[in-house]
Every structure is written in structure tokens, then in C-alpha cells.
Design a protein around this ligand. Sequence first.
Ligand code: SF4
Length: 280
Amino acid sequence: MLAINQIQVKELISPCNITGIDYVINPYVGCSHDCTYCYAEFMKRFTDHTEDWGKFVDVKTCEKKLNVKKLIGKKVVLSTVTDPYQHVEAKFQNTRRILEQLVDVDTYVSILTKSSLVLRDIDLFKQMKNIDVAISLNTLDDNFRKLSEPMTPSVSQRVNAIKELHKNGITTKIFTSPIFPYITNISALYRELKDDVDEWNFENLNLRGAYKARVLTLIKEYYPQFYPNYLKIYAQKEDNREFWDSVKQSIEQNFSAVNHRILFYHSSHTKKEWRVEPLL
Ligand code: SF4
């Protein structure tokens, strides 16, 4: 059961200290996609919710319009700690209303989502000068998707979303994120989407928060053959860098001719790193 509330906020947009990003807009607090590994779970601390993370969504309402003048030439990301196209967006349309304010503004907008609902707004994307849409997808196996991201749109819906966006001339990115050791098949994703993706982003699975136990339990129960290897990678305080170095090396070799970014170990980096807030 999902608890949905409307909350009044003074501002929808916040300055962002992630290198290369000027502002971030999170149209909702909470996320009903309920991913087992959600890096944004820490956000619950800033709410009064007693429900678990993933079981509540606060729909932000804001009387103030965006100050679009200050956004000229800047980069704006939707979103870092929620999914702008999660289920409630179909009804409340917060994301769409924000994009409507940005259509004529000479700013660079980046969308990051796991939802095929993003296709609804192709009409707006087509009117925007600088827009890219990143879909987060780390598997082609819908059984694994159901286990790790129970409330997200299916793999085929997301694959179709990337292809449709590309067909419509929108710059597309994929976040192969997080890479699950021994489960995420990067080559299979590449074969499926190589003609439809303008930029590939890779992020390793970090197990630092409360979700560490949840993820390890999932692996133990459904992928027991990999469980000993997961313990080797994650049993220590620091992840086993040797494992991730070999993944990194393999990506560098196989994607040398492809536009890509490797975003491993983000949480231990400082200001220079691409992100300091969690992403989807
Ligand atoms: S990982 Fe992203 S899509 Fe999944 S629950 Fe967290 S914020 Fe939502």
C-alpha cells in the first residue's frame, strides 16, 4: 500500500554541487519504484514518515514559478533522489508542468528515470533545444528486474522507451546502474541497444547503507551460486576493488569506440567527482 500526500514547498529547484550540474529538481519526495538497492533511502530522515522507504510519496506543490532567467546556459537535472516518472506522475503531472516551464528556456535539461512514462512527454522534448533522456537499466532479465526493482516498468517497456526516444531524435543515455556482479550482462545490453543509445554510463553496485543486508539476502535466496562471490566483494568495509577494477578494464576495452562514462566508487570521491548525491 502506497501512502500518497501532497506537501507545500517554497522552491522546486535546488542548486547542485555535483560537478557539471547546476540545478536539480526532485518533483516528489520518496519513490514508489521501491528498488532493493535504492541509494536515496537516506532521504527518509528528512521526512516524518513512519512508512518504509518505497511505500510513501509526497507530491510537491509549489506556488512559485521557476526563475527561468537564472537557468539560461545552466544544466538542470530531473532527478537525483526520486524518479520523476514514477507512477504518481501519471496523475499529478508535476514533472510535465516543470518541463512546460523549461521548454523555451535556453538551458540544458537532463532527465533520469526508470519509467517508460517518459514517452508521454516526447512532444515537449522535441520543442527543447538541449535535452537528453537517460533510462536506467541494468538487465534484460525481467525476473531479476522483478526481484530487485519490483515496481518499475518491465525490461521490454524500458528497452522500447529508449528505442522510441531515439527514433524521435531525442539524445538518449543509458545508466547501466547499478551493475550487479555476475548478473548484469553488459554485452547483452549493448547488443540490444547499441543503435539506440548516444551515451553509455556504468555504475557499480555499492552496498553501504541499510540496503546492504537486503541485497545480500536477495542474492542468497535467489542466486545462491553467486552468494560466496558477493561475500568476497562486500564482506569487507571497503568493496573488493580488484573485482571492480577488472570490470572497469573490460568496459574500457569493449567500449573504447563508444561514447561512455564509468562512474565507479562515486561515494568515496570528493568535489571533483561527477556526483555526490545519489542518483537513480
Ligand atoms: S533507485 Fe531510483 S527508481 Fe529505484 S526507488 Fe530509488 S529513487 Fe526510485
